[in-house]
Design a protein around this ligand. Structure first.
Ligand code: SF4
Length: 164
């Protein structure tokens, strides 16, 4: 199974969301928030004067001599963004390209800094391998997990699908 960066992000955000997206129940286009995220993403990209770089099943925002850089709309779910970035670092590493990771947030709510840096350490890579197995198990189940009933659901593109 080809695991994408979005699947990793959604797995940490909500396993039900990961299942729905991976099983082609894609409601992203209905979400105003997602549209804003895409626009901000494009602006950051233009600023960087780089296009997304496609590698296997992933698209990374920017690669410099030192860093793989991902642009994010907000720092609302740093854990999800972090594991997505680590997955990208792993794919690059498997291609013989070693980089540190950098997350750049357009809006910052929870962090003092707009930029966070991460390295794919051996321990994190081991953890990531376990995460990939868990994602495969999650998305190949016949049905998704139950809705979270969490406040973050109000901002989710799948809200109508889960609750209405
Ligand atoms: S609305 Fe909530 S439960 Fe449903 S997919 Fe989104 S985050 Fe998950």
């Amino acid at each position: 199974m080809k695991i994408t960066g979005t699947m990793i992000n959604y797995f940490f955000h909500c396993r039900r969301q990961c299942w729905l997206f991976s099983n082609k129940l894609n409601m992203e286009d209905n979400s105003e928030r997602v549209r804003i995220g895409k626009i901000l993403h494009e602006i950051e990209e233009k600023k960087a004067r780089k296009s997304e770089i496609a590698i296997e099943s992933i698209k990374v925002d920017k690669i410099t001599e030192q860093f793989l850089i991902e642009f994010k709309k907000s720092d609302a779910d740093i854990d999800a963004a972090k594991w997505q970035l680590l997955y990208y670092l792993k794919i690059l590493k498997n291609k013989g390209i070693k980089r540190a990771g950098k997350l750049t947030f357009a809006e910052k709510n929870k962090q003092a800094s707009k930029v966070l840096e991460f390295d794919l350490t051996p321990d994190l890579e081991k953890e990531l391998d376990h995460v990939l197995i868990q994602i495969e198990e999650c998305v190949t189940r016949d049905t998704p997990e139950q809705p979270l009933y969490d406040k973050k659901c109000k901002k989710c593109a799948y809200y109508d699908y889960c609750y209405i």
